[in-house]
Write a protein that binds this ligand. Sequence first.
Ligand SMILES: Cc1cc2nc3c(=O)[nH]c(=O)nc-3n(C[C@H](O)[C@H](O)[C@H](O)COP(=O)(O)O)c2cc1C
Length: 194
Amino acid sequence: MTTADRCTAALTNPDSIVTMRQTSERQDMDVFEAMEKRASVRAFKPGQVPRDELLKIIDAGRRAPSGYNHQGWQFIAVIDPAILRQLGQIQDCIGQASAAVAVVMEETRFWKEDASAAIENMLLAAVALGYGSLWVEGYVLRQEPLARQILGVPDDLRVIAVLPVGHPAKEARQAEKKPLDAVLHWNRFGQRDS
Ligand SMILES: Cc1cc2nc3c(=O)[nH]c(=O)nc-3n(C[C@H](O)[C@H](O)[C@H](O)COP(=O)(O)O)c2cc1C
């Protein structure tokens, strides 16, 4: 089996992370569609996030690449409404979400890159399952002692981000992106044509 065959098999495998059989009212979503649909959601309406789907999202984070395969992450699945409300002190919308995932890291050489890879995997998985989410890192880092206290995280670990997960209050729209032509170079910087 070639690498291309393996990639195709992974994308069409019903057990793969992003192309997964959705519940009856949802369509299959491949990784490209998930990347297009992903958008920062900052307002949520009430609605369940079943435990098995929250676990699928976190499992996607666990599968991310990491420097030296260190995997220095711990994920806190927050489902207690009282704790979600407290996390709303960090950024309002976390308090409206049905669940959240806090990303806790050992400070290894590539800890921010490793966390980022896990976070993006989880954002895409959340979209593939029909939920909205948000990468809350700026607000968390500004109030890390509060996040640490709410979540009971030991002092030798960093709380880098909290991802609220829930049902978007309105249709989510991804922020405008620069066109591909504006960021693409062929072979050497500045060469715009192939
Ligand atoms: C490292 C990082 C930190 C971020 N921190 C926050 C945050 O604390 N609060 C927030 O509302 N959005 C945060 N965001 C989301 C960005 O504002 C958002 O991704 C960006 O505006 C583009 O919008 P899009 O996600 O819809 O493409 C963060 C994103 C990244 C990558």
